[in-house]
Design a protein around this ligand. Structure first.
Ligand code: NI
Ligand code: MN
Length: 227
């Protein structure tokens, strides 16, 4: 086993990669699905996919408390940096060897304005390669895009994809995404946070497993899974 994946509901994840704690889009205070507190969660690194409030979330307060370094696109990184947080800016298509693994930013078809209206650059996702060589794809908020088939050439082990519809891919397009990405395992995200994005993940699991070779793992909020 090489990493632990935690789901805190919505699009908030925790990765424990060989003892390094990585939070992704840490949305705790206003997230109705999690009981975790932004004031207690551990973090060594925080990854932010885009500038929307349900993804930047509690990044600044958690980074200030823990000293975690924020990895995000250049514009979001600058915005966070101005609030006294250590950052590592990257951008779409660029990767960097961080202490816990190689992180490449991927495209996403979405928006990225920051909570105060500042320009948040392009939205993105993350392709993380662990020291053991497992590849984790966190798409971020996105519609379906054909470039997912290029990401599918990268031997993705675990993918986390939105299924909520309305703001992101819904179940039909998320199934098409699985066909392009061909991950061993997919975790559905960005659903049932609000009525507007309510979905049945069990129904989606049945469809994906009937039509692809990918296994679906449905994590309850605040549930962790070891890989
Ligand atoms: Ni968004
Ligand atoms: Mn969102």
């Amino acid at each position: 086993m090489s990493f632990t994946f935690s789901y805190f509901g919505h699009s908030t994840f925790g990765l424990d990669i060989e003892g390094t704690q990585i939070l992704v889009d840490p949305y705790f205070s206003d997230n109705p699905l999690t009981d975790q507190s932004a004031g207690e969660i551990k973090a060594d690194f925080i990854l932010i996919t885009h500038g929307h409030g349900d993804h930047v979330g509690d990044s600044v307060s958690i980074a200030r408390r823990t000293g975690a370094k924020v990895i995000a696109n250049f514009e979001v990184a600058n915005w966070v940096s101005e609030q006294g947080v250590e950052v590592h800016p990257q951008h779409i298509g660029g990767g960097f060897h961080h202490p816990f693994g190689y992180v490449k930013m991927t495209q996403a078809v979405h928006g990225s304005s920051l909570p105060d209206g500042s320009y948040g650059g392009m939205p993105g996702g993350f392709l993380i390669t662990t020291p053991q060589g497992e590849i984790i794809y966190l798409s971020g908020d996105t519609g379906l895009f054909s470039g997912m088939s290029l990401i599918g050439e990268e031997d993705v082990y675990v993918a986390a994809l939105p299924i909520g519809d309305n703001f992101t891919m819904g179940p039909d397009d998320a199934l098409r995404a699985v066909k392009m990405l061909k991950p061993e395992i997919v975790i559905p995200t960005h659903y049932n946070t609000w009525e507007l994005i309510s979905q049945d993940p069990e129904a989606w699991k049945d469809r994906v497993e009937a039509k692809t070779g990918t296994q679906v793992r449905i994590l309850k909020p605040d549930q962790s899974m070891q890989f």
